[in-house]
Design a protein around this ligand. Structure first.
Ligand SMILES: [Zn+2]
Length: 318
Protein backbone atom coordinates (compact mmCIF):
# COMPACT_ATOMS: atom_id res chain seq x y z
CA UNK A 1 0.00 0.00 0.00
CA UNK A 2 2.75 2.35 1.00
CA UNK A 3 4.74 1.44 -2.09
CA UNK A 4 1.69 2.12 -4.25
CA UNK A 5 1.35 5.57 -2.79
CA UNK A 6 5.01 6.26 -3.39
CA UNK A 7 4.74 4.97 -6.92
CA UNK A 8 1.71 7.15 -7.60
CA UNK A 9 3.43 10.18 -6.19
CA UNK A 10 6.46 9.47 -8.36
CA UNK A 11 4.34 9.04 -11.48
CA UNK A 12 2.53 12.28 -10.71
CA UNK A 13 5.85 14.09 -10.26
CA UNK A 14 7.14 12.67 -13.52
CA UNK A 15 4.01 13.73 -15.35
CA UNK A 16 4.32 17.22 -13.91
CA UNK A 17 7.96 17.37 -14.93
CA UNK A 18 7.29 16.30 -18.48
CA UNK A 19 4.46 18.81 -18.69
CA UNK A 20 6.84 21.51 -17.49
CA UNK A 21 9.40 20.41 -20.06
CA UNK A 22 6.81 20.54 -22.86
CA UNK A 23 5.59 23.96 -21.77
CA UNK A 24 9.14 25.26 -21.67
CA UNK A 25 9.86 23.78 -25.03
CA UNK A 26 6.81 25.39 -26.53
CA UNK A 27 7.82 28.83 -25.29
CA UNK A 28 11.50 28.55 -26.01
CA UNK A 29 11.49 26.57 -29.24
CA UNK A 30 7.99 26.63 -30.65
CA UNK A 31 6.99 24.43 -33.53
CA UNK A 32 8.98 25.50 -36.55
CA UNK A 33 8.66 22.44 -38.70
CA UNK A 34 8.14 23.41 -42.32
CA UNK A 35 8.44 27.13 -41.58
CA UNK A 36 9.81 29.06 -44.55
CA UNK A 37 11.25 32.53 -44.20
CA UNK A 38 10.89 35.19 -46.86
CA UNK A 39 13.24 38.06 -47.69
CA UNK A 40 12.02 41.25 -49.36
CA UNK A 41 13.60 44.57 -50.24
CA UNK A 42 12.44 47.41 -48.00
CA UNK A 43 14.46 50.28 -49.52
CA UNK A 44 18.05 51.10 -50.45
CA UNK A 45 20.41 48.56 -48.88
CA UNK A 46 17.88 47.21 -46.43
CA UNK A 47 15.87 44.01 -46.66
CA UNK A 48 13.48 42.36 -44.26
CA UNK A 49 13.31 38.69 -43.35
CA UNK A 50 9.91 37.51 -42.21
CA UNK A 51 8.28 34.42 -40.97
CA UNK A 52 4.91 34.16 -42.71
CA UNK A 53 2.25 34.17 -40.04
CA UNK A 54 4.35 36.27 -37.72
CA UNK A 55 7.53 36.35 -35.68
CA UNK A 56 10.06 39.04 -34.98
CA UNK A 57 10.88 40.86 -38.22
CA UNK A 58 14.58 40.93 -39.11
CA UNK A 59 16.22 43.99 -40.65
CA UNK A 60 19.09 43.13 -43.04
CA UNK A 61 21.51 45.73 -44.37
CA UNK A 62 23.66 44.37 -47.19
CA UNK A 63 26.61 45.73 -49.16
CA UNK A 64 30.31 45.32 -49.91
CA UNK A 65 31.31 45.93 -46.27
CA UNK A 66 29.34 42.93 -45.08
CA UNK A 67 25.92 42.33 -43.60
CA UNK A 68 24.31 43.79 -40.50
CA UNK A 69 21.23 42.15 -38.97
CA UNK A 70 18.67 43.68 -36.66
CA UNK A 71 17.39 40.86 -34.42
CA UNK A 72 17.86 37.12 -34.79
CA UNK A 73 14.44 35.40 -34.52
CA UNK A 74 14.18 32.00 -32.76
CA UNK A 75 17.15 29.62 -32.39
CA UNK A 76 15.64 26.78 -34.47
CA UNK A 77 15.23 29.21 -37.39
CA UNK A 78 18.84 30.46 -37.35
CA UNK A 79 19.93 28.32 -40.33
CA UNK A 80 16.89 29.42 -42.30
CA UNK A 81 17.63 33.05 -41.44
CA UNK A 82 21.17 32.68 -42.77
CA UNK A 83 19.86 30.94 -45.90
CA UNK A 84 17.29 33.70 -46.50
CA UNK A 85 19.98 36.37 -46.24
CA UNK A 86 22.19 34.40 -48.66
CA UNK A 87 19.46 34.78 -51.28
CA UNK A 88 20.30 38.48 -51.62
CA UNK A 89 23.99 38.69 -50.71
CA UNK A 90 27.17 36.57 -50.77
CA UNK A 91 28.81 38.78 -48.16
CA UNK A 92 29.51 37.67 -44.61
CA UNK A 93 27.09 38.45 -41.80
CA UNK A 94 29.31 40.58 -39.54
CA UNK A 95 27.11 42.40 -37.08
CA UNK A 96 23.85 41.87 -35.21
CA UNK A 97 21.91 44.41 -33.16
CA UNK A 98 19.31 43.08 -30.70
CA UNK A 99 16.38 45.48 -30.29
CA UNK A 100 15.40 43.90 -26.92
CA UNK A 101 15.57 40.77 -24.80
CA UNK A 102 12.58 38.73 -26.02
CA UNK A 103 13.26 35.21 -27.26
CA UNK A 104 11.75 35.81 -30.71
CA UNK A 105 14.35 38.55 -31.27
CA UNK A 106 17.49 37.07 -29.65
CA UNK A 107 16.95 33.32 -30.11
CA UNK A 108 19.33 33.08 -33.07
CA UNK A 109 22.16 34.86 -31.23
CA UNK A 110 24.11 31.77 -30.20
CA UNK A 111 24.18 30.30 -33.71
CA UNK A 112 25.19 33.62 -35.26
CA UNK A 113 27.89 34.17 -32.61
CA UNK A 114 29.31 30.75 -33.51
CA UNK A 115 29.58 31.99 -37.10
CA UNK A 116 31.69 34.90 -35.85
CA UNK A 117 28.94 37.52 -35.89
CA UNK A 118 29.54 40.37 -33.41
CA UNK A 119 26.44 41.04 -31.29
CA UNK A 120 25.44 44.48 -30.03
CA UNK A 121 22.67 45.55 -27.65
CA UNK A 122 21.77 48.12 -25.05
CA UNK A 123 23.35 47.67 -21.59
CA UNK A 124 19.95 46.83 -20.05
CA UNK A 125 19.26 44.11 -22.62
CA UNK A 126 22.56 42.36 -21.87
CA UNK A 127 21.76 42.47 -18.13
CA UNK A 128 18.53 40.56 -18.82
CA UNK A 129 20.56 37.70 -20.33
CA UNK A 130 21.85 36.97 -16.82
CA UNK A 131 18.43 36.47 -15.26
CA UNK A 132 17.76 32.89 -14.31
CA UNK A 133 14.66 32.86 -16.48
CA UNK A 134 13.12 35.45 -18.72
CA UNK A 135 9.55 36.55 -18.24
CA UNK A 136 7.11 37.33 -21.04
CA UNK A 137 4.15 39.64 -20.59
CA UNK A 138 1.63 37.50 -22.48
CA UNK A 139 -0.95 35.28 -20.82
CA UNK A 140 -0.37 36.90 -17.45
CA UNK A 141 3.36 36.25 -17.64
CA UNK A 142 5.10 33.16 -18.95
CA UNK A 143 8.74 32.16 -18.55
CA UNK A 144 11.54 31.00 -20.79
CA UNK A 145 14.84 29.60 -19.51
CA UNK A 146 18.01 31.68 -19.56
CA UNK A 147 19.76 31.95 -22.92
CA UNK A 148 23.16 30.26 -23.23
CA UNK A 149 26.20 32.41 -22.36
CA UNK A 150 27.29 32.39 -26.00
CA UNK A 151 24.08 34.25 -26.93
CA UNK A 152 24.98 37.34 -24.88
CA UNK A 153 25.81 40.53 -26.73
CA UNK A 154 29.57 41.18 -26.62
CA UNK A 155 29.32 44.91 -27.14
CA UNK A 156 26.82 47.15 -25.37
CA UNK A 157 26.07 50.85 -25.32
CA UNK A 158 24.10 53.13 -23.02
CA UNK A 159 22.73 55.69 -25.43
CA UNK A 160 23.64 55.57 -29.07
CA UNK A 161 26.14 54.05 -31.47
CA UNK A 162 26.89 54.18 -35.17
CA UNK A 163 28.00 51.63 -37.75
CA UNK A 164 29.77 53.20 -40.71
CA UNK A 165 28.82 50.53 -43.12
CA UNK A 166 27.88 50.09 -46.76
CA UNK A 167 27.87 53.80 -47.51
CA UNK A 168 25.66 54.95 -44.66
CA UNK A 169 25.93 55.78 -40.98
CA UNK A 170 23.61 53.26 -39.36
CA UNK A 171 22.43 54.59 -36.03
CA UNK A 172 21.31 52.36 -33.18
CA UNK A 173 19.97 54.23 -30.18
CA UNK A 174 18.05 53.69 -26.97
CA UNK A 175 14.36 54.59 -27.12
CA UNK A 176 12.45 55.69 -23.99
CA UNK A 177 11.42 52.63 -21.90
CA UNK A 178 8.45 51.41 -23.96
CA UNK A 179 8.23 47.68 -24.69
CA UNK A 180 11.23 47.03 -22.37
CA UNK A 181 13.91 49.23 -20.81
CA UNK A 182 16.45 48.23 -23.46
CA UNK A 183 14.50 49.07 -26.61
CA UNK A 184 16.77 50.05 -29.45
CA UNK A 185 15.69 51.73 -32.68
CA UNK A 186 17.92 51.25 -35.71
CA UNK A 187 17.89 53.89 -38.44
CA UNK A 188 19.47 53.54 -41.87
CA UNK A 189 19.52 57.20 -43.05
CA UNK A 190 20.53 56.76 -46.68
CA UNK A 191 18.20 53.82 -47.26
CA UNK A 192 15.67 55.77 -45.15
CA UNK A 193 14.55 52.71 -43.20
CA UNK A 194 13.72 52.62 -39.50
CA UNK A 195 13.48 49.38 -37.50
CA UNK A 196 11.44 49.92 -34.33
CA UNK A 197 11.62 46.49 -32.73
CA UNK A 198 8.52 45.65 -30.72
CA UNK A 199 7.80 49.24 -29.68
CA UNK A 200 5.67 49.30 -32.80
CA UNK A 201 3.73 46.36 -34.19
CA UNK A 202 0.96 46.37 -36.73
CA UNK A 203 -0.83 43.45 -35.10
CA UNK A 204 -1.80 44.55 -31.61
CA UNK A 205 -2.05 47.23 -28.99
CA UNK A 206 1.40 48.06 -27.67
CA UNK A 207 2.75 45.24 -25.56
CA UNK A 208 4.20 46.98 -22.55
CA UNK A 209 6.38 44.42 -20.79
CA UNK A 210 6.32 45.49 -17.15
CA UNK A 211 8.57 42.56 -16.19
CA UNK A 212 11.33 43.95 -18.38
CA UNK A 213 10.98 47.67 -17.69
CA UNK A 214 8.37 48.74 -20.26
CA UNK A 215 6.12 51.74 -19.55
CA UNK A 216 3.08 53.44 -21.09
CA UNK A 217 4.63 56.90 -20.84
CA UNK A 218 7.80 55.60 -22.52
CA UNK A 219 5.76 53.97 -25.27
CA UNK A 220 4.17 57.28 -26.20
CA UNK A 221 7.52 59.09 -25.96
CA UNK A 222 9.24 56.43 -28.09
CA UNK A 223 6.61 56.57 -30.83
CA UNK A 224 6.82 60.38 -30.72
CA UNK A 225 10.56 60.08 -31.23
CA UNK A 226 10.08 57.76 -34.20
CA UNK A 227 7.51 60.16 -35.72
CA UNK A 228 9.96 63.03 -35.33
CA UNK A 229 12.74 61.06 -36.97
CA UNK A 230 10.67 59.72 -39.86
CA UNK A 231 10.41 61.67 -43.08
CA UNK A 232 7.65 61.45 -45.70
CA UNK A 233 9.31 58.48 -47.44
CA UNK A 234 10.71 56.63 -44.44
CA UNK A 235 9.94 52.92 -44.41
CA UNK A 236 9.23 51.57 -40.95
CA UNK A 237 9.86 47.90 -40.12
CA UNK A 238 7.54 46.84 -37.30
CA UNK A 239 8.67 44.27 -34.73
CA UNK A 240 5.69 42.13 -35.75
CA UNK A 241 3.27 42.32 -38.63
CA UNK A 242 3.85 41.58 -42.27
CA UNK A 243 3.61 45.11 -43.62
CA UNK A 244 6.19 47.83 -43.83
CA UNK A 245 4.56 51.12 -42.84
CA UNK A 246 5.32 54.83 -42.89
CA UNK A 247 5.14 57.88 -40.69
CA UNK A 248 1.33 58.19 -41.04
CA UNK A 249 0.76 54.76 -39.49
CA UNK A 250 2.97 55.72 -36.55
CA UNK A 251 0.87 58.85 -36.01
CA UNK A 252 -2.29 56.75 -36.14
CA UNK A 253 -0.84 54.28 -33.60
CA UNK A 254 0.24 57.08 -31.25
CA UNK A 255 -3.15 58.83 -31.50
CA UNK A 256 -4.96 55.56 -30.75
CA UNK A 257 -2.90 55.12 -27.57
CA UNK A 258 -3.45 58.77 -26.58
CA UNK A 259 -7.21 58.46 -27.08
CA UNK A 260 -7.48 55.32 -24.94
CA UNK A 261 -5.17 56.82 -22.33
CA UNK A 262 -7.29 59.99 -22.23
CA UNK A 263 -10.53 58.07 -21.74
CA UNK A 264 -9.07 55.89 -18.98
CA UNK A 265 -7.60 58.91 -17.22
CA UNK A 266 -10.97 60.67 -17.16
CA UNK A 267 -12.57 57.57 -15.63
CA UNK A 268 -9.84 57.28 -13.00
CA UNK A 269 -10.43 60.91 -12.05
CA UNK A 270 -14.12 60.10 -11.74
CA UNK A 271 -13.12 57.42 -9.23
CA UNK A 272 -13.99 54.50 -11.48
CA UNK A 273 -12.63 51.07 -10.58
CA UNK A 274 -10.99 48.84 -13.14
CA UNK A 275 -14.09 46.72 -13.72
CA UNK A 276 -16.09 49.87 -14.50
CA UNK A 277 -13.39 51.03 -16.88
CA UNK A 278 -13.39 47.64 -18.59
CA UNK A 279 -17.15 47.75 -18.89
CA UNK A 280 -16.98 51.16 -20.56
CA UNK A 281 -14.75 49.61 -23.27
CA UNK A 282 -12.49 52.59 -23.96
CA UNK A 283 -10.82 50.70 -26.81
CA UNK A 284 -14.07 49.65 -28.54
CA UNK A 285 -13.44 51.83 -31.59
CA UNK A 286 -10.04 50.21 -32.14
CA UNK A 287 -10.51 46.57 -31.20
CA UNK A 288 -11.25 45.42 -34.75
CA UNK A 289 -7.93 46.79 -35.98
CA UNK A 290 -5.59 46.05 -33.10
CA UNK A 291 -6.43 42.56 -31.96
CA UNK A 292 -4.85 40.39 -34.64
CA UNK A 293 -2.50 39.01 -32.03
CA UNK A 294 -4.46 36.51 -29.94
CA UNK A 295 -2.01 36.88 -27.04
CA UNK A 296 -2.64 40.56 -26.38
CA UNK A 297 -6.07 42.17 -26.47
CA UNK A 298 -8.00 44.88 -24.61
CA UNK A 299 -8.29 42.58 -21.58
CA UNK A 300 -4.47 42.84 -21.32
CA UNK A 301 -3.93 46.38 -22.52
CA UNK A 302 -6.67 48.33 -20.68
CA UNK A 303 -5.74 47.15 -17.14
CA UNK A 304 -2.15 48.00 -17.95
CA UNK A 305 -3.11 51.51 -19.03
CA UNK A 306 -5.27 51.84 -15.91
CA UNK A 307 -2.50 50.86 -13.50
CA UNK A 308 0.17 52.82 -15.36
CA UNK A 309 -2.00 55.93 -14.95
CA UNK A 310 -2.29 55.37 -11.22
CA UNK A 311 -5.66 53.57 -11.07
CA UNK A 312 -5.89 51.38 -7.99
CA UNK A 313 -9.28 49.65 -8.14
CA UNK A 314 -9.25 45.90 -8.56
CA UNK A 315 -11.26 44.05 -11.14
CA UNK A 316 -13.78 42.18 -8.98
CA UNK A 317 -13.28 38.75 -10.43
CA UNK A 318 -9.63 38.78 -11.49
ZN1 LIG B 1 9.17 41.74 -27.73
Amino acid sequence: MKMDKLRNALLLALAALSLLATTRLSYSQGNFEGVELSITLVAGNVYMVQRPGGGGNIGVQVGPDGILLVDSLFAPLADKLVAAVAQVSDEKIRFLVNTHIHIDHVGGNENLAEMGVMIFAHDNTRLRFFEERSRFPRAGGSFVPQQPAAARPLITFNDTMSFHLNGEEVRAFLAPPAHTDGDVFVYFPKSDVLHLGDVYRTTSYPIIDLYNGGTLRGTIAAIDQAIELAGPDTKVIPGHGLEVVGRDELVEFRDMILDIQGQVLVMIREGKKLDEVMEAQPSAAYDAQWTDDPGWGPEDFIPLVYYQLGGTGRLADR
